[in-house]
Design a protein around this ligand. Structure first.
Ligand code: SF4
Length: 372
């Protein structure tokens, strides 16, 4: 009845994937064709597990807003590579922006697509940034002994066949000076069965985590409703393999731009042993205008949420992944926004504190006027 695609997984569960909004039964007659046009521009992907979390009676449902396209995405705005990742690419698939960290793009898809994705360019037709051949990247990291931390990302590396993923993970983890390997993945939210049902994947994680390299899983839950029983089971299985888990997500208009929602997310992730690491500002990527929250409001929501939490749930930082570095939003008063380079591409900027004129329309660092 629908175009279906079986994910390359070892999952015992059959997961049904949708590539067009008009294939989703609940969307028929609700301008589904118009949404297909949006998907022609910015790829759409979802699966029956995740769509099962949507409250279809609510047009403003946050889970719906996270995966179902909106006409507003077609507003001309932003650029496809808002953080200029191209400038950091040193060999095929590998970015090296900060001296100690390298980032390997291993997969060109995810189990579903977040509409606000900052790497949506990877899902648009032919893309040459991705590779499943880590050879040149491994050689580069071996030669650069200052690299102690490797992030495997994409896309979502867990869409790969476990054997392919194993070669990549083991390759980096075996390099002597690499002390931490991070796996960036929204799989526990989008398709937890991919993890729960794959004994070979869990065995792989346990073997790698049991050696000298520390393995971190950078989970991506945007909303407490994604933390279903299955999702929590997937996180438990990963933790049971000896992998450290943290959570990170952006603050997205209509999804989680609510202090109570963020508080609940921070508290639930703490209880589950995967504390919030970063809360990101949505990057000014093409198609993202309708998902942006102004910087000052992001800060106010972040602060309000943290004030409602115990100390353990207050560990996150609000940051912008800017071309020049990771810029933390540190505070706000009537006239100013206070910022700090948490990571900087130029080592001279590390830790630098900046003062900008307060502008409640600004959504990104480049919108601000620095005065100190
Ligand atoms: S999981 Fe990450 S890479 Fe995949 S669509 Fe969402 S933001 Fe983009």
């Amino acid at each position: 009845m629908f175009d279906q695609e079986q994910e390359k997984t070892n999952s015992a569960e059959q997961v049904e994937f949708f590539q067009r909004p008009s294939q989703i039964p609940e969307l028929r007659g609700v301008e589904a064709k118009a949404l297909d046009e949006v998907a022609d521009r910015f790829a759409f992907r979802a699966n029956d597990y995740y769509l099962g979390l949507v409250d279809w009676d609510d047009l403003d449902d946050p889970i719906r807003r996270l995966v179902i396209p909106q006409r507003g995405e077609l507003d001309e705005w932003g650029s496809l590579d808002a953080s200029d990742e191209a400038a950091n690419t040193v060999v095929h698939g590998l970015q090296h922006k900060y001296a100690d960290t390298a980032l390997f793009l291993a997969a060109s898809s995810c189990a579903a697509y977040c509409r606000y994705c900052f790497r949506k360019r990877l899902f648009m037709g032919h893309n040459e940034e991705i590779t499943q051949d880590p050879g040149p990247a491994l050689s580069y990291v071996r030669e650069h002994t200052e690299i102690t931390d490797v992030l495997l990302t994409g896309g979502d590396p867990l869409v790969l066949d476990t054997g392919v993923f194993a070669r990549i993970l083991r390759g980096f983890a075996r390099i002597e000076h690499v002390r931490t390997v991070r796996i960036g993945s929204k799989m526990p939210a989008f398709n937890p069965g991919r993890i729960i049902d794959d004994a070979a994947l869990i065995d792989l994680l346990a073997r790698v985590a049991g050696r000298d390299t520390s393995l971190y899983f950078m989970a991506h839950f945007d909303h407490p409703r994604e933390l279903t029983e299955r999702a929590r089971e997937a996180i438990g299985v990963i933790q049971g393999a000896g992998v450290h888990v943290v959570n990170q997500c952006p603050v997205v208009r209509g999804v989680n731009d609510d202090a109570d929602v963020l508080r609940e997310l921070f508290e639930m992730t703490t209880v589950l042993g995967m504390p919030q690491y970063y809360l990101f500002q949505v990057r000014p990527t093409a198609g993202n205008k309708i998902y942006e929250v102004p910087l000052s409001r992001s800060w106010q929501l972040f602060e309000a949420a943290r004030r409602l939490c115990s100390g353990l749930s207050r560990r996150a930082r609000l940051v912008m992944s800017h071309a020049t570095g990771k810029i933390e939003v540190c505070g706000l008063d009537r006239d100013h926004i206070y910022l700090r380079y948490h990571r900087a591409r130029n080592p001279n900027d590390e830790g630098r504190i900046m003062v900008a004129r307060r502008d409640d329309q600004a959504v990104w660092f480049d919108d601000l006027e620095l005065i100190g």
